[in-house]
Design a protein around this ligand. Structure first.
Ligand SMILES: C[S@@+](CC[C@H](N)C(=O)[O-])C[C@H]1O[C@@H](n2cnc3c(N)ncnc32)[C@H](O)[C@@H]1O
Length: 226
């Protein structure tokens, strides 16, 4: 996904022109996690993995000001943009790191009552990198805690693939953009539902429950096995 221009209004405007429903993703993801079995508790510790320019953090602070948030991103430009945007929110634990490196830091394994990963897994190749990311998130969570995962997926109906790609290009054109090339040409690595299920099961989660979808962008609830 194009991450050119890290100022949050510019970045998020572009994301809204490319990703159907982007304007609601963070709000929906936080609303789902806020009523999850563990993160519904007051003062729950919540991890925002791949916080980018801070869309999920803005929503988390608005909906659940009681949450103890840890925000991570390996990109110092993204993390800095996010940090400036949420400058008046004392108490966020900012870390420039990946989920895979975070989990080995002291006090992280089993710490979180919930986690959000929005549009991160899609950029990792399925060569062990996706499994390492998901396994790190599972290890960071308390048993029974949930992850809200939003990602670009391969369609489960190959006969519709061409139509969905054309519709995605049409969506971008109608949003005033020259359409980006198909996902496979953008360095993205979407997987299908069967592969996602096998990855999340191997990582320590139960089966993914789809909670929303717009074209190829799908949202899932994953529960760490007890
Ligand atoms: C497409 S952006 C999405 C940002 C934000 N979640 C949003 O929806 O606007 C993906 C972000 O994930 C970060 N990222 C990539 N690999 C990561 C990893 N292994 N662990 C945590 N974050 C990662 C990138 O640096 C980037 O900021």
């Amino acid at each position: 996904m194009n991450t050119a221009g890290y100022d949050s209004p510019g970045y998020e405007r572009l994301q809204s022109q490319v990703i159907p429903g982007y304007g609601s993703l963070a709000r929906l993801a936080v609303a789902l996690l806020a009523v999850s079995p563990a993160a519904r508790a007051p003062g729950a510790a919540v991890l925002v993995a791949g916080c980018g320019t801070g869309a999920e953090l803005v929503e988390a602070v608005a909906q659940r000001p009681d949450w103890q948030l840890t925000a991570i991103d390996p990109s110092d430009e993204m993390l800095e943009e996010s940090r400036q945007r949420l400058a008046d929110q004392a108490g966020i634990d900012w870390r420039q790191t990946t989920a895979e490196a975070l989990v080995d830091q002291p006090g992280i394994a089993g710490r979180f009552a919930g986690a959000l990963s929005v549009l991160v897994l899609q950029s990792l190749p399925d060569d062990g990198s996706k499994l390492a990311f998901l396994s790190a998130l599972a290890r960071s969570l308390q048993p029974g805690a949930q992850l809200v995962l939003v990602d670009l997926m391969q369609t489960s109906l190959p006969s519709l693939e061409g139509q969905l790609e054309q519709a995605w290009a049409g969506f971008q054109r109608a949003s005033g953009l020259d359409p980006l090339p198909a996902a496979r040409h953008q360095g993205l690595h979407p997987v299908g539902l069967a592969r996602l299920t096998s990855l999340v099961n191997a990582a320590g989660f139960g089966d993914p429950a789809r909670v929303f979808q717009a074209l190829g962008f799908e949202g899932f609830l994953l529960q760490r096995r007890a």
